[in-house]
Ligand binder design. Structure first.
Ligand SMILES: Nc1ncnc2c1ncn2[C@@H]1O[C@H](COP(=O)(O)OP(=O)(O)O)[C@@H](O)[C@H]1O
Ligand SMILES: [Mg+2]
Length: 681
C-alpha cells in the first residue's frame, strides 16, 4: 500500500499549535487583503456579489415555482400551470440580466486585483534597500516572488470569486429550503456543521504538512530559474541531460512524498463525500415519506430535491476550495515574510537634501562592516541517495515544519562575516582616488556602503560633512554615478541605455553630444552600429562583447553628469590598447572637477588617472583596532615604500617602480603600444 496513515498522524499538531496555525493563516489572508485589495476592487466585488445573489435567487425561484407547476398539473389546474410558467419566465429574465451584471463586475474586479497585485509587488520589491537584495538569507529573488505572486492571485480568485459564489449559492438554497421544507433544512444544516468539523480536522494536517514540501518546491524552482538563466554554463559543461535528469528526479521525489499526504487526504475526503451524499439521500427519503403519508403535496419534492442538492453541492465545493486555499498558503506565507520585512537603509523623516555643487567631499570614518550570513544545517534533499525514502525525519519536521514566522529560519544558524575593519579615508572635491587591494578584501563592499546599500556596522560615511544616514539617499545618488563590476545593460537601443537616467524626465540630449561621448569612450564601435544610436543591443546587451558592454556602462554613467563617479573594476575585460583609450576618455569625462573612486586590480590603469591611492589589505589576522586600510599615498613610489600589499601586487603584475628591484620589462617584439607601466617607469 502506498499510504501509511500512521505516518501522517504521528506529526499531528497539538490544539495549541493548531490555533496558532489558524491565526497565522488569518494573518496571511489579512495581509493579502490589506496590501492587494483596493477600494476600486472592493466596489466591483460588492457589485458582483449583489448581482450574483439576485441572479442565484432568481434561478432558485424556478424550483420554487415548479412546485406549483407540478401540483397544478396533478390537479389539472390550467391557471396554476400558466402562472407558474409566467413566473419562471420572469425568473429566467431576471437571472439573465443580473448574471450579465455579475460577470461584468467580476471582470472589473479581477482587473483591479491584478493591477494592484502587479503594482504593489513592484513597490514592495523596489522599496527594499539594495543590501537586502544582496542577502542570501532573504527570499527576495525573482523565482520566489513570481511564485508568491501567482499564488496570491489564485488565493484572491478563490476567496473573492469562487468561494463567495459558492457561499451565496449555499445561503440562498438553504434559506429557501428553510421556508419551503424546514425539516429538510435542518438535516442539511447538520450536514454543514459536520463539514465544518471535518474541515477543522483536515486543516490541522494540510497547512502543517505542506510547509516542508513548499520549501523543497521553492528550492527546485530557484534551481530551475538559475539553470535557465545561466544556460551558457550548463551547455558548455554538456550538462543538459544531467540537469534534466536531476530536476526530474528531485521533483518526482518531493511530489511522491507530497502525494502520500494527499492520498491520505483523499481517503478522508471520500468519507466526507459519502456522508454528504447519504445525508442528502436521507433528506430526500424523509420528504418522500411525508409525501407518501399525504402530509405534503407532490410538488414539494421538486424544491426539496433542487435545494437540498444545491446545498450539498455547495458544501462540497467550499470544502474543495478550502483545500486549495491551504495548498497555496505556504508559498504566500513565504512571500509575506519576505515582503513584510521593512526596508533597512531608509531616509529619516527630515533627511537632508544634498544640493548639486561642483564637487563633493567624501569621507569614511572608522568604518567597519560585517555581512549577516546564514549557515544552513538542514540537509537538503538528497536525490542521489535512493535509500532515503523519508525526506525529513520527525525531528526535522518538528523543527522545520512548524508554521511559525521563523519557520524558514529553523535549522539555520545566523552568523556574521566581518569584511571591513576601521577603514578611514577622505576624497576631497575633484580628487580622483584609487582603491587597490587583493580580491575579496572588501573593495566592492566599500562601494556598496558609499551608495548606502546598507549601513556600516560601526563608523560613519560623511558626504560634505553630513552623515550619509541623515541624507536623502536619492539626492546623493542623483549626484553620483556608479559603474558596476558586471555591466547591467538593458534590452533596448544604445540611446536608451545611455539615457537611462532620463527615462522619466523629458530631457532632449542632442545626438552630437551622445556621439562625442561615445567617441571619447570608444563606444562608437566602428561599423558595429548599423542603426547608429538606435541600434538595439538585445537582452542583457547580448549583442555586445563584454568590453563593449562595460564601455556603454561608463558612457551611461558619464551621461548622468555626476559630481562623483564610482567605478568598480569596470575596465577589467578590455584589452590593454582599448583600456588605455577608455582611460583617456574617462580622464576627459572626469575633467578637473568631478571626483572619483576607482577600483581596479590592474595597477597601470589608475596610475596616471589618480592622484591618491588607498591600499586595502586582507582583514584576516588583523589585530583589533588596527585599520584594514594599509596605506594612503599620492604616488606608486610612495606606496611601494610603505605598503607590503602594494609591493606584492606591483611585483606580481610586473609594474616597474623607481627604486623597485624589478628592472623595466623590455617591450615584447610586435607590441605597438608600450605598456602603461613602462611609460612611467
Ligand atoms: N552579499 C554578500 N553576503 C555575504 N558575504 C559577502 C557578500 N558580498 C561579499 N561578501 C564577502 O565579503 C568579502 C569582500 O567582498 P568584496 O567586497 O566583493 O571584495 P572585493 O571587491 O575586494 O573583491 C568577500 O569575502 C565576500 O565573500
Ligand atoms: Mg569587487
Amino acid at each position: 500500500m502506498i499510504i501509511d496513515p500512521q505516518d501522517t498522524r504521528k506529526i499531528s499538531l497539538s490544539w495549541r499549535d493548531y490555533l496558532h496555525e489558524m491565526k497565522e493563516s488569518w494573518a496571511v489572508a489579512r495581509w493579502v487583503y490589506q496590501e492587494f485589495i483596493t477600494p476600486e476592487s472592493r466596489h466591483w466585488t460588492r457589485r458582483m456579489l449583489v448581482s450574483l445573489a439576485i441572479s442565484v435567487t432568481a434561478l432558485n425561484g424556478i424550483a420554487w415555482l415548479a412546485k406549483y407547476l407540478v401540483d397544478g398539473l396533478i390537479r389539472h389546474d390550467a391557471h396554476a400551470v400558466r402562472m407558474s410558467f409566467l413566473g419562471m419566465a420572469a425568473c429566467v429574465l431576471i437571472y439573465g440580466y443580473f448574471d450579465r451584471l455579475q460577470m461584468i463586475a467580476r471582470e472589473y474586479a479581477q482587473g483591479a486585483n491584478l493591477t494592484q497585485l502587479k503594482r504593489r509587488m513592484n513597490e514592495l520589491f523596489f522599496e527594499k534597500s539594495m543590501g537586502q537584495h544582496l542577502q542570501e538569507s532573504s527570499y527576495l529573488n525573482t523565482a520566489n516572488i513570481e511564485r508568491g505572486k501567482g499564488r496570491i492571485e489564485q488565493l484572491e480568485n478563490l476567496l473573492a470569486f469562487e468561494g463567495s459564489s459558492s457561499l451565496i449559492s449555499l445561503t440562498v438554497a438553504l434559506t429557501l429550503l428553510w421556508f419551503r421544507v424546514p425539516a429538510a433544512a435542518l438535516f442539511m444544516s447538520l450536514l454543514l456543521l459536520s463539514y465544518l468539523l471535518w474541515l477543522v480536522y483536515l486543516n490541522r494536517n494540510i497547512a502543517e504538512k505542506c510547509v516542508p514540501f513548499d520549501k523543497e518546491f521553492r528550492r527546485l524552482n530557484r534551481w530551475e530559474h538559475e539553470r535557465w538563466e545561466k544556460i551558457e554554463r550548463v551547455k558548455t559543461c554538456a550538462k543538459e541531460g544531467a540537469e534534466i535528469a536531476y530536476q526530474d528526479r528531485a521533483f518526482r521525489k518531493v511530489l511522491g512524498e507530497e502525494r502520500k499526504f494527499w492520498l491520505w487526504f483523499i481517503r478522508k475526503v471520500t468519507w466526507r463525500g459519502y456522508s454528504n451524499r447519504f445525508v442528502l439521500l436521507g433528506t430526500l427519503a424523509y420528504g418522500a415519506w411525508r409525501i407518501w403519508q399525504g402530509d405534503w403535496s407532490n410538488g414539494v419534492f421538486i424544491p426539496l430535491l433542487m435545494y437540498a442538492t444545491k446545498v450539498s453541492e455547495s458544501i462540497w465545493t467550499i470544502g474543495h476550495i478550502e483545500h486549495q486555499i491551504n495548498w497555496n498558503m505556504p508559498a504566500i506565507r513565504t512571500a509575506m515574510l519576505t515582503l513584510k520585512v521593512p526596508p533597512e537603509a531608509i531616509d529619516k523623516p527630515n533627511a537632508i537634501e544634498l544640493r548639486r555643487k561642483n564637487g563633493v567631499r567624501v569621507e569614511m570614518r572608522n568604518v567597519s562592516y560585517s555581512y549577516a550570513i546564514e549557515k544552513r544545517d538542514l540537509p537538503m534533499l538528497s536525490v542521489d541517495d535512493p535509500e532515503t525514502s523519508e525526506l525529513w525525519s520527525d525531528a526535522e519536521v518538528a523543527s522545520a515544519g512548524r508554521p511559525h514566522p521563523d519557520n524558514d529560519k529553523a535549522g539555520t544558524v545566523q552568523a556574521t562575516l566581518s569584511v571591513l575593519r576601521n577603514v578611514s579615508f577622505t576624497i576631497e572635491p575633484g580628487e580622483k582616488a584609487a582603491l587597490i587591494g587583493p580580491s575579496g578584501a572588501g573593495k566592492t563592499t566599500i562601494m556598496r556602503l558609499l551608495m548606502r546599500y546598507m549601513d556600516a556596522t560601526s563608523g560613519a560615511i560623511l558626504i560634505d560633512g553630513h552623515d550619509l544616514r541623515d541624507v536623502c539617499l536619492s539626492s546623493w545618488l542623483n549626484m553620483i554615478a556608479y559603474v558596476p563590476q558586471q555591466a547591467q545593460v538593458f534590452d533596448g537601443t544604445i540611446r536608451d541605455n545611455l539615457l537611462y537616467r532620463f527615462t522619466d524626465e523629458p530631457i532632449e540630449v542632442p545626438d552630437e553630444e551622445l556621439w562625442a561621448m561615445m567617441r571619447k569612450l570608444k563606444i562608437d564601435f566602428g561599423d558595429r552600429l548599423t542603426n547608429g544610436l538606435d541600434t538595439r543591443v538585445g537582452r542583457h546587451g547580448i549583442e555586445l562583447s563584454g568590453g563593449e558592454q562595460q564601455r556603454l556602462m561608463i558612457g551611461a554613467a558619464a551621461m548622468r553628469k555626476p559630481v562623483f563617479m564610482v567605478v568598480d573594476e569596470a575596465t577589467a575585460s578590455l584589452d590593454a590598447t582599448t583600456e588605455k583609450a577608455v582611460q583617456k576618455g574617462l580622464e576627459e569625462v572626469l575633467g578637473r572637477t568631478m571626483g572619483a573612486l576607482i577600483i581596479t586590480h590592474r595597477l597601470s590603469t589608475v596610475r596616471r588617472l589618480c592622484t591618491k591611492f588607498f591600499v586595502l589589505r586582507d582583514s584576516e589576522g588583523l589585530a583589533s583596532g588596527e585599520s584594514q586600510l594599509e596605506a594612503t599615498a599620492n604616488s606608486f613610489e610612495e606606496l611601494y615604500e610603505i605598503s607590503p600589499t602594494f609591493r606584492m601586487l606591483a611585483d606580481d603584475q610586473g609594474v616597474a617602480i623607481l627604486g623597485s628591484p624589478l628592472p623595466p620589462v623590455p617591450m615584447p617584439i610586435g607590441t605597438s603600444e608600450p605598456d602603461e607601466s613602462m611609460q612611467y617607469a
